[in-house]
Design a protein around this ligand. Structure first.
Ligand SMILES: [Zn+2]
Ligand SMILES: [Zn+2]
Length: 189
């Protein structure tokens, strides 16, 4: 069993073509692949009335209520909702770097999602953020070159980013973390 997995998508990510109808919160709670499970469905699909059902369903199973925020455009609204943490898409532009401060101002943990996949420049990211080692994406890039300059700067978090086909596993992310000599920071112990 994993210690913690905070990057998971379910059927509430309705517009995500990588998510299928079997990926329910109920199934996740039954599989229980991690001691601490946080659900991080895309915020753009959770606004308006959908949020209440999402929140109630996540809490019903004792899971942690998170969301994945797609850049600066969504930050003001996302910061108003009672999420317990944020996973953030930080594209390589000044607006997206600046908006991180608004998420940090909520006092909730902010995890920078799969930075290689979005060309995020970690030298522009506040050190209070956690940096993700994302099982879905990390192996597609030169992760050693990308992360090594920042090993002493940030705390890291491993995430499955549970789309298919890498559903509910950290196998590659764990290998990368061990090669880099970093650990999976347990945010919700
Ligand atoms: Zn993402
Ligand atoms: Zn994701």
């Amino acid at each position: 069993m994993l210690a913690q997995d905070l990057h998971i998508h379910t059927t509430y990510s309705t517009g995500d073509s990588a998510v299928v109808s079997n990926q329910t919160i109920e199934l996740l709670a039954s599989v229980k692949h991690a001691k601490v499970i946080g659900i991080s469905d895309h915020f753009d699909y959770l606004t308006d009335k959908k949020f209440e059902a999402y929140r109630d369903n996540v809490r019903k199973y004792g899971l942690i209520l998170g969301t994945e925020v797609d850049g600066a455009h969504w930050v003001d609204e996302a910061a108003k909702y009672p999420f317990e943490y944020y996973i953030y898409h930080c594209y390589n532009n000044s607006k997206d770097y600046l908006a991180i401060d608004k998420l940090l101002a909520t006092g909730k943990p902010v995890i920078i999602a799969h930075p290689q996949a979005l060309d995020t420049d970690l030298s522009k990211v506040p050190v209070d953020c956690y940096i993700e080692i994302n099982n879905r994406y990390v192996w597609r890039y030169d992760w050693r070159k990308f992360y090594t300059p920042f090993i002493g700067t940030f705390h890291f978090v491993l995430g499955s980013d549970a789309h298919q086909p890498n559903w509910l596993t950290h196998s590659v992310a764990e290998y990368v973390a061990s090669e880099l000599g970093v650990t999976n920071t347990l945010i919700f112990e």
